[in-house]
Design a protein. Sequence first.
Length: 370
Amino acid sequence: MKFSTNRETLLRAIEVVTGVIERPSPANPLPVLANVLVEADADGLSLTGTDMEVELRARVEDGVNVTQPGQATIPGRKLAAIWRALADGTEVSVESAAQVTVRSGRRRFALATLPVEEFPKVEVQAPLGELSVSPDELKRLVAQTSFAVAQQDVRFYLNGLLLEVTGGHLRAVATDGHRLAMCTREGGVDGVERVRAIIPRKGVAQLSRLLSDGEEPVSIAIGSNVLQARHGPYMLTTKLIDGDFPDYERVIPRQSKHTITGDRNTLQHSLAGAAILTNETYRGVRLCLDKEQLTVQANNLEQEEAEDTIPVDYDGDKLEIGFNVDYLLDVFNVIPGETVQLSVSDANSSVLIEMPGEDGSLFVVMPMRL
């Protein structure tokens, strides 16, 4: 294998692909998993990185001159570090024999390689559903839900983001058992009753990285075992979590007795201030509602206290309810609107958080005893 190119031509592709690889460990014992598979043909280059659960492939054709087709596996992190260390605009040549040699001007780097045959690839089955979505819409779906994905929960199906496709919508849902986030885009796939995929946390993170480039639509294919997302020159393949996602519709309170409407920034700043003096272990805040005002209170084991009263639109009875302040702040951090609506029935009920006039997103947070 031998090719030449400009530093900038491959920089982004190398950084994206090496983002998925991991150092060898008991969980990933294969040394080749630390390498990137580089395949050169008459039309250009393909670069692939994988940890056997998530695979990222980049295809680069413009600006690459292949003089000898071939394949090689190259240590990914070292290749990325070398590429970043080169001067802007420099020409680079790469050649593989017993080693892989990277040359740029008077600089030369010789890297060890491993057999191409040892490089694993994620097996892909026929898709159950395919659709095309704009990167901005997919960013919104992921950003407004991924924060609620569980981390290393024994209920393994909660450690991923549910992507649901029907004939009428594309929906993302995440829950860790204490809060739920749901975001919906109208318009699904004609003829599809319902296809569901639980994307693991790492797959969600890599999908978010891909969406930073360009406005080209994202093609998504959902299979029984993997999901593939193609965006421009990049192809993400991620294995799916095998399990049944809980019936999220059952935990959404649809008939709450009380509704509170207020300015999102004011509520967010009030909660952030109270969070400073919460108990570091439980992170609880008390919300006290009385007519047209909301009082946010917090205290800790050092007998320190925080209190803030802000105006809201509320005309119900007096009500006190406790929440984990971080769960509320996570929601306010992803809500884009200026106004937010909270619906609750009593001190023991979950709160439903929505944006007035926006039907696409909703959030549910469980209460906590203080």
